[in-house]
Design a protein around this ligand. Structure first.
Ligand code: NDP
Ligand code: MG
Length: 401
C-alpha cells in the first residue's frame, strides 16, 4: 500500500498534537503540504502558523476570537483565507484536494468534523480518543459505508498498528473475527503519570499545577489530567477494543515508567512483539502520514535501553481506570456517559472548583444514575452526550459548589 497524501488538514493545529503534526509536515515538505488548519482561541500562535505554513484556509472556531482576529488582520493573510466556525471546518475537511485530515481537536467536540471527514472519504489520522470511546461503533459503521480510513496516532494504538503490520497481518479496523483469530493479547503501556508513587492519603492535596506535570510526555491540559487520574489509560482500553476488537479480557494495560515501550502484542505461538521509541508524538504522526514507509528522521542519537520496568496498574489508587474498564464491559452508551462526565469533571477541576479526588466520585455517580441504552444514529449520541454534560454539571453544582 502506498499513499499519495500531499494535502493535509489539521483540526486543532494550535494544540500539542497539532503543533507536532506541523513539525512533521515541515520535515516531509517534499511530499506533504498544509491545506487547512483550525484553532479555537489561541490566535496568537495561529497567526504564527499561518505565516510559517501558508495554508490555503485557516479556520477559527470561537466566534469572539474570529471577530477579533479578522478585525486585526483582515480576511486574508497573504494567500491564506481566514474563515469561521463549522462551515469553515467543512471547507478544510471536505475539499476534494485534501487527502488526509488530522483529528486533533480535544474532546467530544471533534465528532462532527470526523463524521464529515468520513463522509468525504478522507484518510483520517485520529488523535482524538474521546469520540472513539463515546461513539466508536457508530463511527465504525459509517466508516464501512465509505472509502475513508481511520489511522490511530495515539502512541499506543499506533504502536499496535505498527506491530500488527510488521507481523504480516493486515489493518482491518474493528474486524473481530480476524483479530480474534490472529491475536491472543494486546497490551498497552502507561507511565503511571505524576502520582504513581504518591501515597493515596496525599491525593486530597493534589493541585492543578501538580496534575498537569506529566513525567514523560508533553501534552495538552485535558489529556495531562486524564493521565494523572489514569482515565487516559481506561479510555485507551476502549479505543483499542474499537480499533482491534478482541475480547476485553485480553486487552490490558501495564505500568512502564520509562515510556519507551508503547505496546505489546501476544500471538498464539507464544511470541510477544513490542514497539519501542522515544516518547515523541512526531513518530506515530509521521508513520501514519506515510505508512508503511518510514520517512521521519528522529534526531535523538542515543536510545536508552538500560532501564525497562513493568508493574501492574495499581487500580485501587486510580478509580478512574476501574470505572473505564467497567464502562468498557458494560458497553451500550456507557463509554459516552463515562467520557462526558469525565470531560466536565476535568473542566471543573482545572477551574479549581472541585478536587482531584472528586473526579472519579462524580463519574461514578453519573454512571450509576444514567440510563444504559443503545444509539442507532449520531444525532441521538450527540443529544445523549449533551444530556450527560448537563446532568454532570447539575450534580456538581448541587453537591460541590
Ligand atoms: P490540546 O489541548 O493541546 O489542543 C486541543 C486543540 O483543540 C487546540 O488546537 C484547541 O484550540 C482546539 N480546541 C479546543 N476546544 C475546541 C473547540 N470547542 N472547538 C474546536 N477546537 C477546539 O490537546 P492535545 O493536542 O493534547 O490533544 C488533542 C487530542 O489528541 C485529544 O483528544 C487527546 O486525547 C489526543 N491525544 C493527545 C496526545 C498528546 O500527546 N497530546 C496523545 C494521544 C492522544 P485552541 O488551543 O486554539 O483554543
Ligand atoms: Mg496514548
Amino acid at each position: 500500500m502506498v499513499y499519495d497524501m500531499r494535502m493535509i488538514t489539521i483540526l486543532g493545529s494550535t494544540g500539542s498534537i497539532g503543533q507536532s503534526s506541523l513539525k512533521v509536515i515541515s520535515q516531509l515538505s517534499d511530499e506533504l503540504t498544509v491545506f487547512g488548519i483550525s484553532c479555537h482561541k489561541n490566535t496568537l500562535l495561529f497567526y504564527k502558523q499561518i505565516k510559517q505554513y501558508h495554508p490555503k484556509f485557516a479556520v477559527i472556531t470561537d466566534r469572539i476570537s474570529y471577530n477579533n482576529f479578522v478585525k486585526e488582520y483582515g480576511q486574508k493573510i497573504n494567500d491564506t483565507e481566514i474563515i469561521y466556525g463549522d462551515d469553515g471546518l467543512s471547507v478544510i475537511i471536505s475539499d476534494s484536494n485534501v487527502n488526509s485530515v488530522i483529528a486533533a481537536i480535544v474532546g467530544f467536540e471533534c465528532i462532527n468534523p470526523v463524521i464529515e471527514a468520513i463522509k468525504s472519504h478522507k484518510i483520517i489520522l485520529i488523535a482524538n480518543k474521546e469520540i472513539l470511546v463515546s461513539a466508536g461503533n457508530a463511527i465504525i459503521s459509517l466508516l464501512k459505508k465509505t472509502r475513508a480510513q481511520l489511522i490511530p496516532i495515539d502512541s499506543e494504538h499506533n504502536a499496535l498498528l505498527q506491530i500488527i503490520l510488521s507481523s504480516g497481518l493486515d489493518y482491518k479496523i474493528n474486524d473481530q473475527d480476524y483479530y480474534q483469530q490472529n491475536i491472543k493479547k494486546l497490551t498497552i503501556t502507561a507511565s503511571g503519570g505524576p502520582f504513581i508513587d504518591l501515597d493515596v492519603k496525599d491525593f486530597k492535596n493534589i493541585t492543578v499545577h501538580d496534575a498537569v506535570k506529566h513525567p514523560t510526555w508533553n501534552m495538552g491540559t485535558k489529556i495531562s489530567i486524564d493521565s494523572a487520574t489514569m482515565m487516559n489509560k481506561g479510555l485507551e482500553i476502549i479505543e483499542a477494543k474499537i480499533l482491534f476488537n478482541i475480547d476485553l479480557s485480553n486487552i490490558q494495560a501495564i505500568i512502564h515508567r520509562e515510556s519507551k515501550i508503547h505496546a505489546l502484542v501476544e500471538f498464539f505461538d507464544g511470541s510477544i512483539i513490542s514497539h519501542m521509541s522515544n516518547p515523541n508524538m512526531m513518530i506515530p504522526i509521521s508513520y501514519a502520514l506515510t505508512f508503511p514507509r518510514r520517512t521521519f528522521l528522529d534526531n535523538i542519537q542515543d536510545y536508552d535501553y538500560t532501564s525497562f520496568s513493568f508493574e501492574e496498574v495499581p487500580i485501587d489508587k486510580f478509580p478512574c481506570y476501574k470505572l473505564a474498564r467497567y464502562a468498557a464491559e458494560t458497553a451500550k452508551n456507557s463509554g459516552l456517559i463515562l467520557n462526558a462526565a469525565n470531560e466536565i469533571s476535568v473542566e471543573y477541576f482545572l477551574e479549581n472548583k472541585i478536587s482531584f479526588l472528586d473526579i472519579p466520585n462524580i463519574i461514578e455517580y453519573i454512571l450509576e444514575t444514567s440510563e444504559f441504552v443503545n444509539h442507532n444514529d449520531f444525532q441521538s449520541l450527540i443529544d445523549n452526550d449533551n444530556e450527560i454534560r448537563i446532568s454532570t454539571k447539575n450534580y456538581i453544582k448541587h453537591k460541590y459548589l
